[in-house]
Design a protein around this ligand. Structure first.
Ligand SMILES: Nc1nc2c(ncn2[C@@H]2O[C@H](COP(=O)(O)OP(=O)(O)OP(=O)(O)O)[C@@H](O)[C@H]2O)c(=O)[nH]1
Ligand SMILES: [Mg+2]
Length: 347
C-alpha cells in the first residue's frame, strides 16, 4: 500500500476520491500522531455540517431508519454521509456486515458515503474519535451527517447526545420506553421514533414516553427550552412515517437555530471535547514521565492505605506539573492569536 500523507489524502478526498476519504477515517480510528494531523487539517475547513444522531437499543431499527432517511434525503436532492459508530466490534476498515446489507441500496450512489467506525484501543476512544470523524466529513463538504450509535453504555449515550438533533429509536411494547429511560436516553432525545409501528402497542408506548417526558421536563437543562419533543411512529422497512420523522428533525433544527441554542450546544460540546483532550494528554504525559514501577507502587500504596489517592495522583503528576511556567493567558491579552487562520472564511 502506498502511504499518502494526511495532506495528500485531504486533497484527494476533496476531489471525490472515496478511498482517500475512507483512509482519513481509518487514521482517526487508529489515533495517534496521524489522527492529530488529520484533525488539524480538518478543523479550519469544518463548521458547515448538520449532524443527526440516531440511537436506541440494539435491533431497534436504527440502520433501517437511517437507510430510509438517506433515501428520503436523496429524493430531495441532498447528499448525505452516514457514520455508524460501533463500539464493540474490532477494526473493520469499512462497513460491518449488517449495515452493509441494510445500506446496500445506497452502496453505488455517489451522493451517499457510509462508513462504520470502531475504536477499540484508541486513546480517548469513541468520545474523541467520533467528533473528529464528523469534522473530517464536515471539512470534506458533507452538509448532512447521520451518526448511528447503539444506546447502551454511558459513553455511547454521551456520544449519541452530541449530535445537533438526536433521534431516539424505541419499539412498541411494554417496557421499551422504560429501558430507554434507564439508559439515560430521555435526556438526549430531541425526537422520538417509535419504529416497528407495524406491531401492536404503539399508542401505549407513545403514552409512556409522553409521561416520562413530562416528568423529565421538570429537570431539563437549558438547551431544551421551549421544545416539545415530538414522538413519530415509523416503519423503517417500508418507509412509513419517514416524511414525518424528517419534518420533526428539520423543525427541531429550525427551533434550535432560531433560539440560538445550536451555537450554545456546539460550544458546550467543544468545551467538553477540549477538557477530555487535556485530561487524556495529561495522563499520557504523566505515564511517560512516571515509571511503570512507580505507578504500580503508588497504586499498591493506595490499596494498602499507606498513601491517599490524592497524594498518589500528585506524585504521578509531579513530573508533568513541575514543567509548567506559570498561568497561561492571564498576562497575554495583547498577544491573543486569532483562531481563524488567514484565508479561512468566518463562520
Ligand atoms: N417489523 C419491522 N421490522 C423492522 C422495522 N425496522 C427494522 N426492522 C427489522 O429489525 C431488525 C433490526 O434492524 P436494524 O436496522 O439492523 O436495527 P439496528 O438498531 O440498526 O440494530 P443494531 O445496529 O444491531 O443495534 C432487522 O431485521 C430489520 O429488518 C420495522 O419498522 N418493522
Ligand atoms: Mg445498526
Amino acid at each position: 500500500m502506498t502511504t499518502r500523507s494526511p495532506g495528500d489524502l485531504f486533497a484527494a478526498a476533496g476531489e471525490g476520491d472515496r478511498s482517500a476519504k475512507a483512509r482519513l477515517l481509518s487514521l482517526i480510528e487508529r489515533g495517534g500522531d496521524a489522527a492529530r494531523e488529520v484533525g488539524r487539517l480538518a478543523a479550519p475547513r469544518a463548521g458547515h455540517a448538520y449532524t443527526i444522531g440516531l440511537t436506541g437499543a440494539p435491533g431497534a431499527g436504527k440502520s433501517t431508519l437511517t437507510s430510509a432517511l438517506v433515501s428520503h434525503l436523496r429524493s430531495l436532492g441532498d447528499e448525505v454521509a452516514v457514520l455508524a459508530v460501533d463500539p464493540s466490534s474490532p477494526f473493520t476498515g469499512g462497513a460491518i456486515l449488517g449495515d452493509r446489507v441494510r445500506m446496500q441500496d445506497h452502496a453505488t450512489d455517489p451522493g451517499v458515503f457510509i462508513r462504520s467506525m470502531a475504536t477499540r484501543g484508541h486513546l480517548g476512544g469513541l468520545s474523541l474519535a467520533t467528533p473528529e470523524a464528523i469534522r473530517v466529513l464536515d471539512a470534506l463538504g458533507h452538509r448532512w451527517i447521520v451518526v448511528e450509535t447503539v444506546g447502551v453504555g454511558q459513553v455511547e449515550v454521551e456520544v449519541a447526545g452530541k449530535a445537533d438533533t438526536t433521534v431516539v429509536v424505541v419499539n412498541p411494547g411494554w417496557g421499551d420506553s422504560v429501558q430507554a429511560a434507564k439508559a439515560g436516553l430521555m435526556e438526549v432525545a430531541d425526537v422520538f421514533a417509535i419504529n416497528k409501528a407495524d406491531r401492536p402497542g404503539v399508542e401505549d408506548t407513545r403514552r409512556d414516553l409522553q409521561q416520562m417526558l413530562e416528568l423529565s421536563a421538570e429537570t431539563a437543562g437549558p438547551g431544551s427550552a421551549g421544545w416539545d419533543v415530538p414522538i413519530v411512529g415509523t416503519v423503517g422497512t417500508t418507509g412509513t412515517g419517514i416524511v414525518e420523522l424528517w419534518a420533526a428533525i428539520t423543525a427541531h433544527r429550525e427551533h434550535i437555530t432560531d433560539a440560538g441554542v445550536l451555537e450554545q450546544r456546539r460550544r458546550f460540546r467543544l468545551g467538553e471535547e477540549l477538557r477530555e483532550i487535556v485530561a487524556r494528554r495529561l495522563e499520557h504525559r504523566a505515564r511517560e514521565l512516571c515509571t511503570e514501577e512507580r505507578w504500580e507502587e503508588l497504586t499498591d500504596g493506595v490499596l494498602s492505605r499507606d498513601i491517599d489517592p490524592w497524594s498518589a495522583a500528585d506524585e504521578m503528576l509531579d513530573p508533568v506539573l513541575s514543567f509548567t511556567s506559570g498561568p497561561i493567558g492571564a498576562d497575554q491579552q495583547d498577544t491573543t492569536v486569532s483562531a481563524t487562520p488567514a484565508g479561512t472564511p468566518a463562520r
